[in-house]
Design a binder for this molecule. Sequence first.
Ligand SMILES: [Zn+2]
Ligand SMILES: [Zn+2]
Length: 51
Amino acid sequence: MADEKNENTCARETCGCPSSQDSKYCSEGCEDADKVHVMEIACSCHHPECR
Ligand SMILES: [Zn+2]
Ligand SMILES: [Zn+2]
């Protein structure tokens, strides 16, 4: 059983939210930020698990 490490977590490094089923990211905001490599701002997805 190759259980990959949390495949369903947002691909943005600074975000630990669960991603949506259709995306590597939890939100469009994270996807956008990751594409442009914005590291200085905190995640703005407003998920309770993410600060
Ligand atoms: Zn987040
Ligand atoms: Zn995220």
